[in-house]
Each structure stands twice: as structure tokens, then as C-alpha cells.
Design a protein around this ligand. Structure first.
Ligand code: AMP
Length: 190
């Protein structure tokens, strides 16, 4: 089992790199952001609640996310491993993930921390906003998402350092260059 947490600020390239990792290592992909956007599109109860937070650039409450994640994880039982994209985003989520994986006789194999300069993050997100149609890719929401990242999500770096799973990945450069760095890191632990 190869369980990868792909980590980084909004705009750090988690989604783009996840797609390449999945192809290379035949993993399943769980993006909590994608699951939430599907719930919003289908106007489910969860989708309606999530929308309020997403449009303000805030995090959806841990309990909702952890319950949602548990269900998705159960649907991926026969996989070679999972790439977790956009999850965990808080310490309670990281602890819940550890419990869920341990219950299944597994653990996180590696946490890839994509490191990108703040100015570049804002540029990328504004560019993406022109084509993504995402209601949260506008300057005001981007700023709150970055603040939330620094306050609530960045502390996970220390959590995964303590777990011995953290690997810093230089996230500036071409998609291929960055993927090369990721492959080196993953091949060293798989
Ligand atoms: P993303 O597509 O990962 O950038 O997520 C978009 C938005 O969905 C975030 O700004 C949050 O509002 C919400 N979201 C996604 N994943 C999580 C999570 N693990 N915990 C809380 N909120 C989340």
C-alpha cells in the first residue's frame, strides 16, 4: 500500500501533480475539494452547507469532512493505495486519517509538501480562475484561503515531521521538473 498525502498551499499544484502520480503508481485519488464540489453541484445537504464555507474561503468543519472521507475511503478498499489531495487540512483531520488508516492495517507512507512562493500562488490561482469557473478563485477568496492555510493547515508540517513522513518538494519550475522531484521522493520510500 502506498498512501500519499499531497500537501501545499492553494495553487501549489496538488491537483496537477496528483494526476501524474496516479498514472505512474496506479493509485486512487481522493480530493476532498472535488468531492465537495460534486456535492454542491448535486445540491445535497452536505453541498449546501459546504458552499457557505467554500465561498468565504474557509474550511468546512472537520466532522463533516472526516465523515465524508471515511465513506470515500470505504469505496476504495481494493486499491493499491490512495493519494490524499486537499486532506488533511487540520491537525484533527490528520489524527482522524491516522486512526482510519491504522484501523485498516495501513498508514500514511509519505507526505509531499509542495513549496511555492506566495506571489506565484496568487498568480496561478488568478490564472486558473479565468478558466476553472470556480467560485473561490477570485482575489478576495484567494487571500482568505491563503490565510486559512497559514493558520490552520501549515501546522501539519510539524505533525508529519514528527511522524517521520514529511518530504519538502520544491514546487517552482515546470510541471515535469516538479514531478521528477516527486518521483525521486516516492521511489525512495515505496
Ligand atoms: P480545494 O479544491 O482542495 O482547494 O478545496 C476547495 C475548498 O473546499 C477549500 O477552500 C475548503 O473550503 C473546502 N475543503 C476542501 N478540502 C477540505 C478539507 N480537507 N477540510 C476542510 N475544508 C475543505
Amino acid at each position: 500500500m502506498l498512501n500519499i498525502v499531497i500537501f501545499g498551499a492553494p495553487g501549489s499544484g496538488k491537483g496537477t501533480q496528483s494526476e501524474l502520480i496516479i498514472k505512474e503508481y496506479q493509485l486512487d485519488h481522493i480530493s476532498t475539494g472535488d468531492v465537495l464540489r460534486a456535492e454542491m453541484k448535486n445540491e445535497t445537504e452536505l453541498g449546501k452547507v459546504a458552499k457557505e464555507y467554500i465561498e468565504k474561503g474557509q474550511l468546512v468543519p472537520d466532522e463533516l469532512i472526516v465523515n465524508m472521507l471515511a465513506k470515500v475511503l470505504d469505496s476504495k478498499e481494493n486499491s493499491k493505495g490512495v493519494i490524499f489531495d486537499g486532506f488533511p487540512r487540520t491537525i484533527p483531520q490528520a489524527k482522524a486519517l491516522k486512526v482510519m488508516l491504522n484501523e485498516r492495517g495501513q498508514d500514511v507512507t509519505i507526505m509531499l509538501d509542495l513549496q511555492v512562493d506566495e506571489a506565484e500562488l496568487i498568480n496561478r490561482l488568478l490564472e486558473r480562475g479565468k478558466i476553472s469557473g470556480r467560485s473561490d478563485d477570485n482575489l478576495e477568496t484567494i487571500k482568505s484561503r491563503l490565510e486559512v492555510y497559514h493558520n490552520q493547515t501549515a501546522p501539519l508540517v510539524d505533525f508529519y515531521i514528527a511522524e517521520g513522513k514529511h518530504v519538502a518538494i520544491q514546487g517552482m519550475g515546470s510541471v515535469e521538473e516538479i514531478f521528477g522531484r516527486i518521483k525521486n521522493a516516492v521511489d525512495a520510500v515505496k
